[in-house]
Design a protein around this ligand. Structure first.
Ligand code: GLU
Length: 328
C-alpha cells in the first residue's frame, strides 16, 4: 500500500525497481489437508503462476499444539503430489521464536499489549453478549487491567493486544470492500499464548512482513482475521500491507465447513485409495468455475483453464455424488 503522502522521486533519478510480488502457501502440518484446503492452495498457486508472483512455502508448525513426527514432510509431499510447486522454502516457524519475541517487545514498549491470565470460562462469564458455537467470545473491555507493562517480561502467560473501537476497512480482491470492527467482534485478542509461543495472528503478520509477502490468498473463514492482522501491521509499523484474496469454502452436505465429521476427505486418503491427482483436480476445477473441464486434469492444465473472474462467489458443497465420482 502506498504511504498516504508518497514523496515523488527527485527528477532525474530512476524510480526504485518495483519489488517482486510474493505469495505464500501456508499449510498447517496437521496431517489433514482436505479437499477444501486443496482447492484454496490450487487456486493460490494458479493465480501466482498466472501473474508471475514468487511462491513461498511456509509450513505453519506453530498452528498446531503438537506436530506429529513426519507431519511436515507429509504436508509437503501431499502438495507436491497434487502437482503444485514453489520457488522458496519450505520454511517453518517453531525453530526460531526470536522474530515473534521482538515483535512482542515492540508492542510492549508502546504499551499496546498486556498479560492476561483470565480463563475462557471467566471471559465467557463476563461477556455480555452470547457468542455462537465455537466462535471466539468478545473480550469485554472492562476486564482490561488498568496499567500495562512497558516490557514483554513474561512469556508463559497469554498476552492481548489493546483493540480500540472502530472499523478496519480494506478491499478484498475477491470478496470486495470490507468494513470489520475487531473491537466489536473479538475485542482485545490474544497475540502471545501461555504455551510460550506467538498466537496465529501475530505469527502470520510477522512472517508475512519479514518474508515480503505482498499477496495473501486463503479461505474466507479468515476474512475477519484479516482485520486483526491489519491492526497488527499498523501497531508494528510494518509495510506494505498485503493484498488479501479470501476465497469461498467447501462445505459438507450439512452446510458446515468441510471437516472430519464429513468423512475422510484427506488428500492422502484419496491417494491411498487410488484416486489420481488429475481426478481430484478435475473436481476442484469444477468447483472453481472451470466449465466443461475434462474428467482428469493436471495442475498445469488447471492453470491454463482457471479464470478467477468465473470462480463462483458462493461456497461449494461436497456431496456423496462427488465422492462416488472421485472413487469411480
Ligand atoms: N495455516 C493456516 C491454515 O492452514 C493459514 C493461515 C493463513 O493463510 O493466514 O489455515
Amino acid at each position: 500500500m502506498e504511504p498516504p503522502h508518497a514523496v515523488p522521486p527527485p527528477q532525474g533519478r530512476p524510480n526504485p525497481a518495483p519489488t517482486r510480488r510474493r505469495t505464500r502457501l501456508a499449510p498447517s502440518p496437521t496431517g489433514a489437508l482436505h479437499l477444501g484446503n486443496a482447492r484454496t492452495f490450487l487456486v493460490n498457486w494458479a493465480l501466482a503462476r498466472q501473474r508471475d508472483w514468487t511462491i513461498l512455502l511456509r509450513v505453519e508448525d506453530l498452528d498446531t499444539p503438537r506436530v506429529k513426527p513426519g507431519a511436515i514432510d507429509d504436508t509437503i509431499n501431499t502438495l507436491a503430489w497434487l502437482g503444485l510447486d514453489w520457488d522458496e522454502g519450505p520454511l517453518t516457524q517453531l525453530h526460531d521464536l526470536g522474530p515473534y519475541r521482538d515483535a512482542m517487545c515492540a508492542l510492549a514498549s508502546r504499551s499496546l499489549v498486556y498479560p492476561c491470565e483470565l480463563s475462557r470460562a471467566q471471559i465467557d462469564a463476563a461477556a455480555s453478549a452470547p457468542h455462537a458455537g465455537d466462535a471466539e467470545p468478545r473480550f469485554p473491555p472492562e476486564l482490561r487491567p488498568s496499567a500495562r507493562p512497558a516490557s514483554f517480561d513474561d512469556e508463559s502467560t497469554n498476552w492481548r493486544l489493546l483493540v480500540e473501537p472502530g472499523a478496519v476497512g480494506f478491499t478484498d480482491a475477491f470478496a470486495g470492500p470490507q468494513s470489520i470492527d475487531p473491537g466489536a467482534g473479538v475485542g482485545d485478542f490474544v497475540v502471545w499464548t501461555k504455551r510460550a509461543q506467538p498466537a496465529y495472528q501475530l505469527a502470520v503478520v510477522v512472517d508475512d512482513a519479514r518474508q515480503g509477502v505482498t499477496h495473501v490468498v486463503r479461505g474466507d473463514d479468515l476474512l475477519a482475521s484479516a482485520a486483526r492482522q491489519l491492526l497488527l501491521y499498523d501497531a508494528l509499523g510494518l509495510t506494505p500491507m498485503p493484498e488479501y484474496t479470501h476465497l469461498p469454502l467447501v462445505r459438507g452436505a450439512d452446510g458446515r465447513r468441510l471437516a472430519k465429521r464429513h468423512g475422510d476427505t484427506r488428500l492422502s486418503t484419496f491417494r491411498d485409495r487410488g484416486v489420481t491427482p488429475q481426478r481430484l483436480i478435475a473436481l476442484l476445477a469444477r468447483w472453481s468455475g472451470v466449465a466443461d473441464g475434462p474428467d482428469a486434469m493436471d495442475a498445469s492444465e488447471f492453470l491454463h483453464a482457471f479464470d478467477i473472474r468465473t470462480m463462483p462467489a458462493q461456497d461449494v458443497t461436497y456431496t456423496q455424488e462427488d465422492e462416488r465420482w472421485l472413487l469411480a
